[in-house]
Write a protein that binds this ligand. Structure first.
Ligand SMILES: Cc1cc2nc3c(=O)[nH]c(=O)nc-3n(C[C@H](O)[C@H](O)[C@H](O)COP(=O)(O)OP(=O)(O)OC[C@H]3O[C@@H](n4cnc5c(N)ncnc54)[C@H](O)[C@@H]3O)c2cc1C
Length: 382
């Protein structure tokens, strides 16, 4: 496949779709390539925070998403090792939308906005250039004025910009499964996050069911995971066994799935002449919560805005690309990376077993329950 466009986007997940929809609506000639064919699944907890929901509304795709199966999330419970929980109510609700459905809705919106979507086409290499960057694959030779790499954790952009891919320590990993016939939780429309002594720098989750199946999983940073000689499926089994009353009688729909999460660091996302990275390709995932969909959407908005300005100027040189990467870091990556400090504090509390002391519980309630530990939700609705 040979061709050219103003902008080529690699990857039609939330990051690529957000940027593509905005650019195409602004009259830019946008081509999007994805190695998958949609509808395609993406290993995920399927949770959209309220700020992600707000971004979908800004994109004008929320109505289309809500037409598909989903569940509403009005509150979260942080469940401590002694079984007690702290509740945080969200000022505006979040959603659970299976990624099979969410990403298909985004892909359809991309096409409707005027972008050319090419599915089942893999990019192997991108060549950075301020006026004529290029994407190459076994069946692809595409020239554009700007290339946006939104192709997930193993992005082709890392090689093109001469940056080494993230070290394993900069990653999180997670395993997820869908469970049917779960006994009712404490309350409806609540996301449950279980903090366990055997799961430092991580948590187990149970999310409200969609079409009778709850997304259940375990997340942990790779450095914490590597300290234990275990396997992810064993960790999930340990989580389920630790809460027999919560999972009694439940059975799996489909298989367990694992995937990596590129955790945010206080550094600039890779960029180069004619080339930007966004979403997981830019390593923006919140290390505390594992949230990455808002980060993908938000970086898509920032990249689209920066790309429009560059197209008006006629080129995206290395300095301008770095400035856009800086805006993504300031707005998305650095605040997410800072949440590692909260994670380490929480680890220390849980490891030392003081989480059941009344004073510590009060502090956790003040921090978590009020949303003060969670700037994303405190700013909800924006
Ligand atoms: C188990 C797990 C649970 C998670 N749970 C949540 C959650 O509940 N809520 C949340 O907010 N975040 C969650 N995340 C993080 C979230 O899934 C990601 O941060 C988010 O999907 C990033 O979106 P993206 O558009 O950057 O990348 P992706 O969604 O990964 O999309 C990338 C796209 O690029 C395509 N692609 C890749 N390589 C190429 C190539 N070489 N050529 C062409 N196309 C290519 C892929 O096919 C894919 O469609 C979770 C992650 C994991 C692993």
């Amino acid at each position: 496949m040979r061709g050219e466009s103003d902008v080529l986007i690699v990857g039609a997940g939330p990051a690529g779709a957000a940027a593509g929809i905005l650019l195409a609506r602004a009259g830019v000639r946008v081509a999007v390539v994805d190695r998958a064919r949609f509808p395609r699944d993406k290993t995920c907890g399927d949770a959209l925070s309220n700020r992600a929901v707000a971004r979908l509304a800004d994109l004008g795709v929320l109505g289309r998403v809500l037409e598909r199966s989903h569940a509403t999330v009005r509150a979260a419970h942080a469940i401590l090792p002694d079984g007690t929980h702290i509740e945080r109510r969200y000022p505006t609700p979040g959603l659970i939308v299976p990624r099979l459905l969410l990403d298909a809705a985004l892909r359809d919106a991309l096409e409707q906005s005027g972008a050319e979507v090419m599915e089942g086409v893999s990019v192997r290499r991108v060549v950075a250039d301020p006026t004529r960057p290029r994407a190459l694959g076994a069946e692809l030779d595409w020239r554009a004025r700007v290339v946006l790499a939104a192709d997930g954790p193993g992005s082709v952009a890392w090689e093109a910009t001469g940056r080494s891919p993230p070290a394993p320590q900069a990653l999180g990993i997670a395993i997820t499964t869908y469970l049917e016939e779960l006994p009712a939780g404490l309350a409806p429309a609540v996301s449950e996050h279980y903090f366990e002594r055997f799961l430092p720098s991580g948590y187990g989750w149970v999310f409200p069911a969609v079409d009778g199946a709850s997304n259940v999983g375990v997340y942990q940073t790779v450095d914490a995971y590597k300290r234990r000689e275990t396997r992810l499926d064993a960790l999930l089994a340990q989580f389920l066994a630790a809460h027999p009353e919560r999972f009694r009688g439940a059975h799996a729909r489909g298989r367990e799935r694992t995937w990596q999460l590129p955790l945010a660091r206080p550094t600039l996302p890779p960029s180069g002449p004619g080339l930007l990275t966004l979403g997981d390709a830019a390593r923006l995932v919140d290390p505390l919560s594992g949230e990455g969909i808002w980060h993908a959407l938000e970086s898509g908005f920032i990249a689209a805005q920066g790309t429009l300005a560059a197209l008006e100027r006629g080129r995206l040189d290395a300095g301008a690309a770095r400035a856009i990467a800086g805006r993504i870091a300031l707005r998305v990556g650095v605040p997410a990376a800072a949440r590692r400090a909260i994670q380490l504090g929480l680890d220390a509390v849980i490891r030392s077993g003081v989480d059941d002391l009344p004073l510590v519980k009060k502090l956790l309630t003040l921090g978590y329950g009020s949303g003060a530990l969670d700037p994303s939700h405190a700013r909800a609705g924006r």
